[in-house]
Design a protein around this ligand. Structure first.
Ligand code: BDP
Length: 693
């Protein structure tokens, strides 16, 4: 058992009757998946129909219905893709034990995705490394392509289709111009051809100075005629190879990347020229709002300041891609105020599936709660109920272009994602992109059942089938416990042991794995230093973003902005994001801020210790390979949690000058040792604990 089968462990040995008149590569996949794995015992008809009900569900939507006598099922859709998604839906219901004889007979499912484009962003470099990747090297073997084709390309497309992901940006946002060279486009074409039948469209990250860097022009000014002609020709070449190419993702004028501002042009001017050349082919531009520079202005405010004035200036095939928080994928951030700022511009959320700031692939952190927290946040843009989900899914503003992105955690490790539980985050992203109202509990339950269900042979006789059924029920109840006690609590545990109460970006500079609140590199960019964010001093701790400080709180709509602005009404889990609060500030628990912080760090550590306990009870139910693997990583996570707690409490204690409350565990490390010690992140060797990856 190496985890490579992901959540796709359908029972083998089925011989189902599937009726389908039309042939096509996509429909053939649907037929073969159902022929191989459908065990429901009743025949299924697949049918493309163009009636009103189905048209309203779009090409990706579908209806699954049992006939009146319950002896027959049909999957209908107005498009082939919807039929394939319907087939996976049915297999998911089967695998998660949701199809009893009676539910099957009255089955009536109607589904339509909440977002049109459900896209993974791979931060993969052309040399095979992955920026912020923790699961091996890139899946794309550029030196072997186009002639050698890894079987994993198709497996990847299938996994995405099974959860409704229909788009992928295969290269890093810090893009090499080379990706647009003729040689690379030939390689990209091969991938596009493999992905196509699964409904997975290819997009590319582009480097804004490609016309100069690759095309040899003297400038990449977006308003220059030759530059425009260069992009036009490039678009033509791409579409001649890949007729359904999706479009470009652009990181411009951010962290040293080139962009239109280099030529005195705006982000809108830069995005629009690309949008214009893609328009005839129905391509789109996803333009990232992740921009900031080391100016006096609070980093958390900068994207809003840059983009809000540009509302209405973008073409209709441009969508602005916004990270969930205003800084950078921290364990907890408030939502980015930019989600509430633009009415005439399509905007999309960007989540990070790879755990850059949540313990890499060493820590178990199920991220559905974090993403739902963002999607369910109310921007109050058009009054109450203007949640981010509604701002971005087209229901609050009628933008026809809707999308949601997740930065992938996939590499060439046999199990794809490094930590066996990191697969759950790939799965959760896909499911939420399809339907943002799904609960985190449901997604966790679905994933666990599909991932840990031992493959059952359909040929087993009745007696064994009964035994199997009983074992399955026991397994499911054990998995529910794992879901509620571990998965659902895991993200909050990370927040507690890393940076509770709104603390943020106190990570070690560079690798972002361990704690380094003391980090202060002379001459380095101040907005990359932890002290810029925590601002601890003898009076208190936290970044004053209220009206007495940077007034980032003022970028939110009323009544949220007043709530955040006031230290007494600001939610405590964001207190130190918006306020420099005094060490003795009274918390709702009755404790002082300092004592509350100590309790939070302690709670985080205890929580992970509990994950270890719960996990050990899974031993009889789980194959030994994955069991040991997870057990090993939980051990690392427990040690890291103690490391975080000790480092932060010992360091901040120097400012608060208050003791750790007597009822809590004592630190086991010396601050001096932790400050001197440099983590060798390439092989995760930590002499403090002696663990290796
Ligand atoms: C940060 C990462 C950096 C990325 C950047 C981005 O540390 O590696 O290039 O975001 O999103 O989180 O562009």
């Amino acid at each position: 058992e190496d985890g490579s089968a992901l959540w796709l462990r359908y029972p083998t040995g089925a011989k189902a009757i599937i009726m389908n008149k039309k042939q096509s590569p996509t429909l053939n996949i649907a037929v073969s998946e159902l022929r191989n794995f459908w065990q429901g015992g009743i025949p299924i008809t697949l049918e493309i129909q163009k009636n009103k009900e189905l048209r309203a569900l779009g090409n990706d939507g579908y209806i699954i219905r049992a006939s009146k006598d319950g002896k027959h099922l049909t999957i209908t859709s107005s498009g082939e893709q919807g039929i394939l998604y319907g087939a996976y839906h049915l297999l998911r219901l089967q695998a998660t034990g949701q199809l009893s004889e009676s539910t099957l007979k009255s089955l009536n499912v109607s589904e339509k995705p909440d977002y049109r484009i459900r896209v993974l962003n791979h931060w993969d470099n052309l040399d095979g490394t992955i920026e912020r990747g923790y699961a091996g090297h890139s899946l794309w073997k550029w030196d072997e392509l186009p002639s050698v084709v890894s079987p994993r390309y198709e497996a990847y497309a299938r996994a995405n289709a099974s959860i409704g992901i229909n788009a992928t940006v295969i290269n890093n946002v810090n893009a090499s111009p080379e990706i647009l060279s003729d040689d690379y486009l030939q390689k990209v074409k091969v991938l596009a051809d493999i992905f196509r039948p699964y409904g997975l469209k290819i997009y590319l990250s582009i480097n804004f100075s490609s016309p100069a860097a690759l095309g040899g022009l003297s400038t990449s000014d977006p308003l220059d005629k030759e530059v425009i002609a260069w992009w036009k020709k490039k678009a033509k070449d791409i579409y001649s190879l890949i007729p359904d190419f999706g479009g470009f993702l652009v990181k411009a004028n951010s962290e040293g990347q080139p962009g239109p501002c280099d030529y005195g042009r705006t982000h809108a001017e830069g995005a629009n020229i690309l949008a214009d050349v893609l328009k005839p082919y129905h391509g789109i531009v996803m333009w990232r709002a992740f921009v900031y520079s080391p100016t006096d202005s609070d980093r958390a405010k900068q994207a809003y300041l840059e983009f809000e004035p540009l509302d209405g200036k973008f073409r209709d095939n441009v969508i602005v891609q916004i990270k969930n928080g205003p800084i950078d994928f921290q364990p907890r951030e408030p939502f980015s105020p930019l989600f509430g700022a633009m009415k005439k511009t399509a905007v999309m959320p960007e989540f990070q599936i790879t755990q850059e700031y949540l313990g890499f692939s060493n820590h178990l952190a199920f991220l559905a709660p974090m993403w739902k927290e963002c999607l369910d946040s109310d921007t109050y843009m058009q009054g109450e109920g203007s949640t981010i989900a509604r701002v971005t899914d087209g229901s609050l503003f009628p933008h026809p272009l809707t999308a949601i992105a997740g930065v992938a955690n996939i590499g060439d490790d046999p199990n794809w994602c490094g930590h066996p539980f990191a697969q759950a985050n790939w799965y959760a992203f896909g499911r939420l992109a399809w339907k943002h109202s799904l609960s985190s509990e449901q997604i966790g339950e679905e994933w666990l059942r599909q991932t840990f269900l031992p493959v059952i042979d359909a040929q087993a006789n009745l007696l064994t089938a009964k035994v199997v059924q009983k074992e399955k029920e026991q397994l499911f109840s054990q998995l529910s416990l794992l879901n509620s006690q571990v998965l659902q609590k895991s993200r909050e545990a990370v927040v507690d042991y890393m940076m509770p109460l709104g603390l943020h970006h106190i990570f070690a500079w560079g690798h972002h794995y361990g704690p380094e609140p003391w980090c202060d590199i002379p001459g380095a960019r101040p907005d990359w230093m932890p002290s810029y964010y925590h601002r601890a001093d003898s009076l208190g701790i936290g970044f004053d973003r209220s009206s007495t400080g940077s007034n980032a709180a003022g970028q939110y709509h009323s009544p949220l902005c007043e709530e955040l602005d006031n230290v007494d009404t600001c939610p405590e889990n964001l207190l130190l994001w918006f306020h420099h609060a005094s060490w003795n500030h009274q918390m709702k628990s009755g404790r002082t801020l300092w004592a509350e912080m100590c309790h939070a760090y302690d709670r985080g550590v205890k929580e992970v210790r509990n994950f270890q306990k719960v996990w050990d009870t899974m031993e009889p139910y789980i194959d030994s390979e994955r069991f040991q693997e997870v057990r090993h990583r939980l051990k690392i996570q427990s040690r890291d949690a103690v490391w975080w707690r000790d480092a932060c409490l010992l360091y901040f204690g120097q400012f608060s000058k208050q003791p750790i409350p007597y009822e809590l565990e004592r630190p086991v490390h010396e601050l001096k040792d932790m400050m001197e010690y440099q983590l060798d992140i390439t092989n995760f060797e930590c002499p403090l604990y002696g663990f290796t990856k």
